[in-house]
Design a protein around this ligand. Structure first.
Ligand code: SF4
Length: 313
């Protein structure tokens, strides 16, 4: 059974005097316990909006999100902490309290785990790491627990944010571009650490990144998002070896050589459609080298590759 099920999710952005933008326009996705799912796509494709909806931070316009068999709805901060979902955000500067020692902030996560699982649970008491243990797990010295956030580099602050999220013993960990603030040498190390810690504990990990090389390194499955839709999903190595959707093919072709891996390009050839006024039919058709008449009028609303070239029989 899935830990997280996102079914035909629609999330809208509304601003006075401006057209409604469907940032997520009917996306479906599942994460199982102990599984790592990588969500990739160009900037602005709706990845972060989807993640925030999963955490109860964005209201759902249509469709549904189910976590551990329960529907996810927008929640207040305290109730959100108790759901067993923890998110590591892109910006480590805003996610930590500048006035508190990081050890105390990590201890907040430990208290959240106790509140959720019951303070009398002996296995929790035995297994619970200290803030210093968690700092060590994310590659920081144990005595940094007494420091304040301004005494860390940006990358170190993100490691602290990861330690704090892990302290809460999440059943689902969501990383929204969690390594983009780290230097290149630390990125794969921290991503692998997130994977190892999530998998060891049986938690699921939804890892959002524009860095395909890291996603390939840690993800069991990969989901490719384009203009609010998941256009392809599959086992990471299968997608890598034989991408079906032309958008996935373009992304993989754009990866720098010679190591065969790299990052998404800033943009692909062709015009990027306005999310407030997406194209009729297949959303990728203005940029697709294989476009057919049907693509301009009818949306391919099926998986695992949402493309008329791969319509299921
Ligand atoms: Fe290209 Fe048509 Fe497939 Fe869309 S449905 S990706 S336009 S071939």
């Amino acid at each position: 059974m899935s830990l997280l099920t996102v079914d035909d999710l629609v999330v809208e952005h509304r601003s006075p005097g401006r057209p409604v933008v469907r940032a997520v326009a009917g996306a479906s996705l599942a994460v199982h316990p102990g599984e790592v799912v990588g969500l990739v796509g160009e900037s602005g494709c709706g990845k972060s909006t989807l993640a925030r909806a999963v955490c109860g931070l964005n209201p759902i316009a249509e469709g549904s999100i189910t976590f551990d068999g329960q529907p996810v709805t927008p929640l207040g901060l305290r109730r959100r902490k108790l759901t067993g979902i923890q998110m590591v955000f892109q910006d480590p500067y805003t996610s930590l309290n500048p006035r508190r020692r990081v050890g105390d902030q990590i201890a907040d996560g430990l208290r959240t785990a106790r509140d959720r699982e019951g303070s009398g649970a002996p296995e929790l008491t035995r297994a619970a790491p200290s803030p210093a243990d968690l700092l060590e797990r994310v590659g920081l010295p144990r005595d940094f627990a007494g420091r304040h956030p301004h005494e860390f580099s940006g990358g170190q602050r993100q490691r602290v944010a990861i330690a704090r999220a892990l302290a809460a013993r999440p059943r689902l960990l969501i990383g929204d571009e969690p390594i983009s603030a780290l230097d290149a040498s630390a990125q794969s190390q921290v991503a692998t650490l997130m994977r190892d810690l999530a998998v060891e504990s049986g938690a699921g990990l939804l890892f959002i990144s524009h860095d395909l090389s890291v996603v390939r390194l840690i993800a069991d499955r990969i989901a490719v998002m384009y203009l609010g839709k998941i256009v392809e999903v599959g086992d990471t190595e299968e997608v890598w070896a034989g991408p079906r959707h032309p958008y996935t093919q373009a992304l993989l072709k754009a990866i720098p050589k010679p190591d065969g891996m790299g990052v998404l390009p800033a943009e692909l050839p062709g015009d990027v459609p306005d999310p407030a006024n997406p194209p009729e039919g297949c959303r990728f058709h203005p940029r697709c080298p294989f476009v057919m008449d049907v693509c301009r009028v009818k949306e391919p609303d099926f998986g695992p590759a949402a493309c008329w070239l791969h319509e299921p029989k």
